[in-house]
Design a protein around this ligand. Structure first.
Ligand SMILES: *Cc1c(COP(=O)(O)O)cnc(C)c1O
Length: 431
């Protein structure tokens, strides 16, 4: 039976199939329990024909929206031409095209001279590669990460991830990492860089000098804490002074999410390594890379590898996305502008709502942290009823997190925010 002829009773069966046979580890389907059928741009539709505005965007993998027509065309053309789909790290035209385009449109205009390493296609694959390389190059075993940071679920990346519940899932010691206080962790009056500088500088601090510090400029999963730009600059200075590599994990905040292609551009810093994934592939196809300073290019041939490093369909889509949106600064400007609109609207919503809350984030990666326990989760549920998909974030799921597709038009953005405001008002009445 094809999905298009599902009847009412077979519909319930659809979710039942998942509930009965898919592992309990499943997550998002519990928050958004319907069967999705079609997606286009900022919108998705379920099998009942109900339309949803998507402020979830595949957790940041769909910056250009669902099923982008130009990328779809490029992918279909590549398939019809029998282009090589799987190629490990063999040379293909798709890969050469991607590297040339990335160099010309992203690296060169920003005077960046990174080499590009292709790890496995997921974000955590990129993080593992970066951490492993940092340890190899420096000969040190520890990596420093931040409170509320998130870097992936495989053991190396999980060791630099802060969330206790996720860490417990490892059921074994997570080794080789230390946790540092992120900007704002000790309250507004404390500059956590003072503490970090002392830890690295004092021979008696009790910690070994780490191989690297890994940081998100805006913490996507950890609750949308955004580091101040001067704090990021200070972190760059401290790491440089102590010979520690700085890795910016731009898997979620990169690819234009905060405005510029890289989230660290606003701080005018140059990390030693950068990880990218999520929206890099443009169309929601798995794709990741690590950018590294040429001096760090020290893995021997084949010393690090992976079967799915050559996802040519993702490369084709990625190249199309770069050519369409990153030829000049116009798209970036537009995202910044929408980010300001989002900021103002969220602030107005918080001011009007009778609840203790705070706007967090930067660019098109913002949300509201609510003080009452369970409030954000209730808002997410109410929003879903109103045809808006928005997930929660933070260690207590205390933040309603908004990641609208960057290509969203003003009206749909406005419409989504109205649904959100309505959901918040409803929840406020019962809290
Ligand atoms: C999502 C994410 C990852 C992990 O990516 P996966 O593709 O889920 O493995 C790593 N770092 C950051 C900042 C992320 O947001």
């Amino acid at each position: 039976m094809t999905p298009s002829v599902l009847t009412d009773s077979s519909r319930a069966v659809g979710l039942n199939v998942i509930a009965e046979r898919e592992s309990e580890v499943r997550a998002y389907v519990r928050d958004f329990p319907t069967v999705f059928k079609r997606a286009e741009g900022c919108m998705v539709w379920d099998e009942n024909g109900k339309a949803y505005i998507d402020f979830f965007s595949g957790a940041g993998a769909l910056n250009y929206g669902h099923n982008h027509p130009e990328m779809k065309k490029a992918i279909i053309t590549y398939l019809l031409d029998d282009g090589m789909v799987h190629s490990l790290d063999l040379a293909t035209e798709a890969k050469i095209d991607f590297i040339k385009t990335f160099d010309e449109l992203i690296l060169k205009p920003r005077h960046l001279h990174y080499k590009i390493m292709f790890p496995g296609p997921t974000g955590t694959n990129a993080v593992e590669a970066a951490l492993k390389l940092a340890r190899k190059v420096t000969g040190r075993s520890t990596v420093a990460a931040f409170t509320h940071g998130f870097h992936g679920m495989t053991l190396g990346a999980l060791a630099v991830t802060a969330n206790r519940r996720k860490r417990r899932g490892a059921s074994r010691p997570l080794e080789g990492s230390i946790s540092l206080p992120y900007d704002g962790f000790m309250g507004e009056d404390v500059d956590t860089l003072d503490y970090i500088e002392r830890l690295f500088a004092d021979e008696g601090s009790g910690i070994d000098v780490p191989a690297a510090v890994i940081v998100e400029t805006v913490q996507g999963e950890g609750g949308l804490h955004a580091a101040r730009l001067e704090w990021l600059r200070g972190l760059r200075e401290i790491t440089r002074r102590h010979g520690i590599l700085l890795i910016v994990d731009d898997i979620q905040a990169g690819s234009g999410r905060t405005g510029p292609f890289f989230s660290f551009e606003a701080a005018e810093i140059e990390p030693d390594m950068v990880t990218l994934s999520k929206s890099l592939g443009g169309y929601g196809l798995p794709f990741a890379l690590v950018l590294l300073h040429p001096d760090l290019d020290q893995f021997l041939p084949g010393e690090h590898n992976g079967t799915f490093r050559g996802n040519n369909l993702a490369m084709v889509a990625a190249t199309t996305a770069l050519k369409q949106y990153w030829k000049d600064g116009a798209f970036s400007e537009e995202v910044l502008k929408k980010g300001h609109v989002l900021r103002d609207r969220l602030q107005a919503i918080v001011d009007a709502a009778n609840v203790s809350a705070q706007v967090r984030g930067r660019g098109m990666m913002q949300g509201i942290a609510f003080e009452p326990h369970g409030f954000a989760e209730a808002v997410s549920k109410e929003a879903f009823v109103r045809g808006l998909i928005a997930e929660t974030s933070g260690p207590e799921n205390e933040v309603i997190k908004l990641l609208p597709p960057l290509i969203i038009d003003d009206e749909t953005l406005d419409d989504g925010l109205e649904r959100l405001e309505d959901a918040i008002q409803t929840v406020a009445q019962s809290f």
